[in-house]
Ligand binder design. Sequence first.
Ligand SMILES: Cc1ncc(C[n+]2csc(CCOP(=O)(O)OP(=O)(O)O)c2C)c(N)n1
Length: 661
Amino acid sequence: MQTEGIQSAATAVRVLTMDAVQKAKSGHPGLPMGCAELGVLLYGEILKHNPRDPQWIDRDRFVLSAGHGSMLLYSLLHLAGYPLSLEDIKNFRQLGSKTPGHPEYGQTEGVETTTGPLGQGVANAVGMAIAERMLGAAFNTDKKVIDHYTYVLTGDGDMMEGVSSEASSLAGHLGLGKLILFYDSNHITIEGSTDLAFSEDVRQRYQGYGWQTLEGDAYDIGGILKLVDAAKRESARPTLILLHSTIAKGSPNMAGSHHTHGAPLGAEEVAATKKALGVPDEPFHIPEAALSYFGSKQEGWQQTYRSWQELFEAWSTENPEKREAWDRLFAPLDLSKAPFPSFKEGETMATRKASGAVLNAIASSIPQLVGGSADLAPSNNTLLKDFGSFQADAPEGRNMHFGIREHGMGGIVNGMALHGGLRPYCATFLVFSDYMRPSIRLAALMRLPVIYVFTHDSVFVGEDGPTHEPVEHLAALRAIPNLLVLRPADAEETAQAWRTALERADGPTALALTRQNLTVFGKADRRWSDHFTYGAYVASEAASGAEPELVIVATGSEVNLALETKAALGSAGQKVRVVSMPSRELFLKAPEEYRKSLIPDSSLRVLLESGISQGWAAVVGKDALLVTIDRFGESAPAARIAEHLGFTVTAVAERINALLT
Ligand SMILES: Cc1ncc(C[n+]2csc(CCOP(=O)(O)OP(=O)(O)O)c2C)c(N)n1
């Protein structure tokens, strides 16, 4: 082992970190300095990776869950030879740089996921390890073309956040033996010592989850490698390696202090630290031995990489069918052969049920589609009936059982999507989307094409009452940039919504689906499915030739209500156009000409949605009549709630008549 080279590289990590943070006048030097040796061991000795091909599918994954320690990752990517220059390091935290404050997926090659919101990285890593297990089961023969580990580095903060507990609990249940978590236990967080708020026995907790747990010293190089060997030998359980460490190790006067967590050390202390480390007091100085250490690794990495490619070629020759399946899996999704079901006009069906029918019809033709629910599959209709459950002893299953862990589920599906080769979906009641909102936001930020099946999408859930009745959730989800929210109005629109979600490659989609039955309606616009991409279309036209005097814009279940109301208006209904708007975001992005033709400025406008009114003025104008629900729901049968809140044909017709006369 090249102890001297490793030590020197750790010094380089400390220097780059101190100087980058000092130059940016902000950042977190503590963790990178405290974990420098571990970081060097990961990138130099432990990870199977190739800096010349950061996308290599069979690389080990490394997730820096403690994303505030981003300089650890950037220093190592630079030293190991990833395309991240010293200039990039000098631009730490600057606009448009490859070295943003917290690692951002898609900005920097070698960054596997966006981290910073603590705990999320743990859930991402669990998702990556699940993906590895699934794909290994699908493709491996005696030649293991998918055979890699997922490593994650966490701090006290990650260990405190609930999302990591949810995900770790599931990882233990699933026996993810190729998941290895390092816990940088430095007993320091922002406010001071962890004694202030964190006194549990983390090892015992993880033992309770069914993990192997190990413990060591963050500066015992040989010891760490032995612990990793032990972790790798354990194939039936994930492993937690608790490492005792000192925040800002190397700083003579500030090591161990919470003041090093999130602020530059200051020029004087940087100079003192460099002196103590025995390096010249020059900014961004990298010792020669550090460079030659990583330089000496390149040949081995390339050899391992070439061996995998040879293995892959041999496997392809021996298993042409598997190879074909592989190529299909990693190619952009082709829906041309997916047998989307059709539905009959007049048929009544809840959109959650239609969604289940769509999923089951297309699942065989889209092998990358995997997912499940947070214990609500029978209600969410998300079970793939022809495929088994994914479990420790059934890695070929395509149905995930996330348990009642919405937040963990959100982070895990992000990890599955990040891994590559899978198109994951997950499900719960719309009202509980709040429980997973931080992960949804990250999926949107990372542009991951995850699909959320959110059922029971309104107060018409009924008897379960206001705790289970979403009112603000559609608006809250629409507020997340790059999240596409689709609220289909009948079974046909539901199929189109699934198609739209699957065609989307650069961001997540939330499907808001009903518990209650809706009638499949005849669509006035024959090109409605094309116009779905514009977010809205004419569901029912005003009497031919006439400019509509009034336009009712409705979403989801309220389109049925709008159509029935129009019918009930009698001859006055002739002046009314009904627009179905499955997506407000898509409509707002549609060409202005289309928007104006659908909702002419000259028409009276009514908006019908069983949710809060926030955001609708931008679509229908400030003077429109908003039939919305700007309060919590009630516990009662759905029909009674509809009456109570004015969501009946009679009540809506009355308000519209008042407008028309
Ligand atoms: C969800 C979330 N809450 C709060 C923060 C703000 N925050 C960033 S680091 C940190 C303390 C983390 O302490 P620890 O994990 O021990 O890191 P260390 O001090 O060792 O660097 C906090 C509260 C965050 N990034 N994410």
